[in-house]
Design a protein around this ligand. Structure first.
Ligand SMILES: *[C@@H]1O[C@H](CO)[C@@H](O)[C@H](O)[C@H]1NC(C)=O
Length: 320
């Protein structure tokens, strides 16, 4: 398992490195951007550009330079295809057709729908589970953390900037850590609250160190990926072990097991890095779309489990 994981990390790392990127190193592309910026992005030409740019584009943060890069990306892609080469990536991304101000419309839409699903499931959880259930605070906090992550993911896929990219990555790591914390509370925290508190402090420390290193020292894509794969593995192994242990006794635990296995299987999709179909649908977008039902199933499990724990604690209370 460890060997396979290491290979997976290497593979993904190589993919991330290779993607940083053929298209934007191409002299044709660089010349094109340089000339376009000189022609359109200063003085009177810039004023002309601004007067013609739709208001929603400038509000979303699209600049003249961004438009030049976008235009030149398609010029370069056209040349590549005409000469029978494979579609290149630019600045670490495949070429995507813009829709309105959405840089990656499919991923942005899928992230938005994931967020919407989280919100709906949070409301459902809130109405069906009494706040006195032992897992209630941790589950509600988890729902908020994931809602926040989907918000930033939507923003990032709408317009890629330094800030939106970092927020997307940091929020994703926070969700995984929170899921580990959720698992800790469920498996040991209910009997030993002090252990859960200590573990929460440790996870917060890890998150702070991770975010500080990436934002203050340097943004290292390889390290970020390796860190996420590592905490992802802890998350999967811990949840899966708990599921296997309890699935005979508690039928609703099967939902959790399906979620863990599906997420693991689907995340392999991310490794199939192919140029987007119709310049819209790439592996990342498909992964985001496919996580919507998985998300719903997970919240449904949390609901069942919280109700079960509530019943159990009430029964114990009566016995005492
Ligand atoms: C720059 O100007 C040229 C010529 O006026 C025009 O064809 C091109 O579309 C402009 N590019 C951008 C990004 O505004």
């Amino acid at each position: 398992m460890a060997g396979r994981t290491a290979r997976l990390v290497l593979l993904a790392g190589a993919a991330a490195l290779a993607s940083g990127s053929q298209g934007d190193r191409e002299p044709v592309y660089r010349d094109c951007v340089h000339r376009c910026e000189e022609r359109n992005c200063s003085g009177g030409a810039l004023r002309h550009f601004r007067s013609r740019q739709p208001i929603y584009m400038s509000l979303a943060g699209w600049t003249c330079q961004d438009d030049c890069k976008y235009e030149c990306m398609w010029v370069t892609v056209g040349l590549y295809l005409k000469e029978g080469h494979k579609v290149p990536q630019f600045h670490g991304k495949w070429p995507f057709s813009r829709f309105l101000f959405f840089q990656e419309p499919a991923s942005a839409m899928a992230s938005f729908l994931n967020g919407l699903a989280s919100l709906v499931m949070l409301c459902r959880y809130h109405t069906s589970v009494p706040a006195s259930s032992p897992m209630y605070p941790t589950c509600v906090a988890f729902a908020w953390v994931s809602l926040n992550a989907w918000f930033w993911s939507t923003v990032f896929h709408t317009k890629d900037t330094d800030l939106t990219e970092k927020m997307d990555y940091f929020c994703a790591s926070t969700v995984i850590l929170h899921s580990i914390y959720l698992c800790c509370v469920r498996t040991v925290g209910l009997q030993h609250p002090a252990v859960a508190s200590a573990f929460r402090a440790l996870l917060l420390l890890l998150l702070t160190a991770h975010v500080s290193y990436l934002s203050l020292v340097r943004f290292d894509y390889g390290y970020n990926l390796a860190a996420n794969v590592a905490i992802g593995l802890v998350n999967v192994v811990w949840w899966l072990a708990w599921c296997l242990w309890n699935q005979r006794r508690l039928p609703h635990v099967r939902k959790c097991m399906v979620v863990v296995l599906l997420l693991q299987g689907l995340s392999l999709l991310e490794l199939l890095d192919f140029p987007p179909f119709f310049w819209v649908l790439d592996a990342h977008a498909i992964w985001h779309i496919s996580t919507i039902p998985v998300h719903v199933l997970f919240f449904s499990f949390l609901e069942d489990d919280s109700l079960y724990l509530l019943k159990e604690s009430e029964a114990k209370f009566k016995l005492d």
